[in-house]
Design a protein around this ligand. Sequence first.
Ligand code: PEP
Length: 260
Amino acid sequence: MKQSVKMIVGNWKMNGESAGLAEFEALAARLKSDPCRVDVAICPPATLIDRMRRIGGPAAIALGGQDCHAEPRGAYTGSISAELLVEAGCDLVIVGHSERRQMFEETDAAVSAKTAGALRAGLTPIICVGETLAQREAGEAASVVRGQILGSLHDDLTGRDWALAYEPVWAIGTGLTPTLEQIAEIHAAARAAMVERLGEGGRIAPILYGGSVNAGNARDILAVAEVGGALVGGASLKATDFLAIIHAAELALVAADAQG
Ligand code: PEP
């Protein structure tokens, strides 16, 4: 992906079917005719990656997997390796999404191994962390996120070959979001933990915010310190909604430029 300050990544989860390709086509056409400074990616179901690549996605939109196996190949029925994602046309992969941590019992150690697998294959891993509502209400949000970062990162990570995504579990798909102050607080804590884990290399990778980002709240969220972009679920499925978020990211970049 080209280097820029903001990264907007759509996670289609287990949605899209073939009809979703029309939305992707509209998004790709718009970004080709009207290029922007924002790094845009879509992580569709694996079955759509190659079809999106043929539509011409990578020219304007990077493609990503939603998960990968840590091993490059083998008898792992139902799994997909980072190498297979690269062959299909991916540049990046989400690892450690809370839905995988919760429903598939993925541990920090498993996420770290997947991160290493992604780097081995040349993919940019987006490593997800975030607290549950019970953990937030117990005042543990920052310490939970720190623990997940220390456990899920991998020594092979360097500068900007990866991104972190802070996604409070209670904000995903609920329409709820933390306050801007809460987002700033956890992003600052996440940055400190990234540096604690990786040293100076931990200062560079962007930290995305994820959890009910939409056209209405994106501009404010993307203007928060240390928010380097957004991981977007529901609002990435419709081209017009996703384009509005990309536009908000561009406006945040322009505002940052104006402030010097
Ligand atoms: C997600 O699942 O990563 C996500 C952020 O979903 P939503 O935007 O729908 O809350």
